[in-house]
Ligand binder design. Structure first.
Ligand SMILES: CC(C)(COP(=O)(O)OP(=O)(O)OC[C@H]1O[C@@H](n2cnc3c(N)ncnc32)[C@H](O)[C@@H]1OP(=O)(O)O)[C@@H](O)C(=O)NCCC(=O)NCCS
Length: 280
């Protein structure tokens, strides 16, 4: 791939390229070039990833207030499918981090679908963001090529830009192998549904575990599942909703993510960590 450059967007033409990317990724337009332009001018951030002079990905964040503090709320990030898994998402997030810190912003928040393992790998593992909030059906029914009509449940990711934990996480890449020995909230097994890849289903779910850290498995191929086994994808949505809501209510957060290749395919896990309380 030719050299990639990540930089803030400037021209209306560049903001229009973001509209095209949105249509290619979601099949619909969420944020117009006019809004991108004014956001860039007035305290937000719109960065693009360029290769061969073409904008193939962008991140869009506006200035917001959360729990009384000014933050950047990153409403959208997208990379064209043919340019994914080459580190462009990571590079745009890191460029955004530098820009935000220069502006005195200490936190960036955004929502993402907990069942999208690629997003989880990037957001929690590589960047060190954490998810402390689960919003069922966050955006209602909206015409998204990704959602396929499922409820748009979301984690709220909180990225504490200059925390020691985030600085440490940005230096390491792979998750510690010890994670794979943690107690598991859900036991999975091969599902009857077939597709181009092997799908998993939940076999048993335990909602009352209380170890300091726990694992929750999610599918590694949600997109294929939504294309080929929508009812199984719907079951995953409702069962994972129950898991995350129960454990968040019991004082856990999603603090990390780990994946590993096994003979049957890629296996993906969230690490839930119990927040310290006055008693522990
Ligand atoms: C989310 C998105 C922007 C990421 O962009 P990207 O350029 O592919 O991201 P990166 O290459 O930097 O990181 C992807 C990571 O996921 C990993 N990954 C890829 N497929 C995976 C899978 N099926 N399961 C788990 N991890 C996976 C990659 O190996 C990489 O991790 P690594 O750097 O440790 O190798 C892109 O996938 C996208 O546009 N998605 C659709 C829109 C969207 O969901 N936007 C975010 C919410 S608004």
């Amino acid at each position: 791939m030719p050299e990639v450059r990540v930089r803030p967007l400037k021209t209306l033409e560049e903001f229009r390229a973001c509209e095209e990317i949105q249509r290619a990724v979601w099949g619909t337009l969420g944020v117009s070039s006019e809004v991108l332009l004014v956001t860039q001018k007035h305290g937000g951030a719109v960065l693009g990833a360029f290769t061969g002079g073409r904008c193939v990905g962008f991140v869009y964040a506006f200035l917001a207030r959360r729990h009384g503090r000014l933050i950047h709320w990153s409403h959208m990030m997208a990379v064209l499918p043919e340019f994914r898994d080459r580190g462009l998402g990571l590079r745009m997030k890191l460029a955004h981090r530098r820009l935000a810190l220069q502006q005195g912003i200490r936190s960036v928040c955004w929502t993402f679908d907990p069942l999208q393992s690629r997003n989880a790998a990037l957001n929690l593992r590589r960047l060190g963001a954490q998810a402390e909030e689960y919003i069922p059906d966050c955006y209602g029914q909206f015409p998204s090529a990704i959602e396929k009509g499922l409820p748009a449940d979301r984690f709220v990711a909180h990225w504490k830009l200059d925390s020691a934990e985030v600085r440490r996480r940005l230096r390491e890449k792979a998750a510690p192998v010890v994670y794979f020995q943690l107690p598991r909230v859900n036991e999975t097994r091969p599902a009857a549904e077939e597709g181009p890849e092997r799908f998993l289903e939940n076999h048993r779910i335990f909602l009352r575990l209380r170890s300091p850290r726990l694992l929750v498995e999610i599918p590694s191929n949600t997109e294929a599942m939504r294309n080929h086994a929508l009812s199984l994808a719907r079951r995953w949505r409702m069962e994972s909703r129950q898991i995350f809501r129960s454990y968040f209510a019991a004082g856990y957060i999603a603090s990390d993510f780990a994946s590993r290749k096994e003979p049957e395919g890629l296996r993906c896990y969230y690490v839930l960590r119990r927040k310290p309380t006055a008693h522990n």
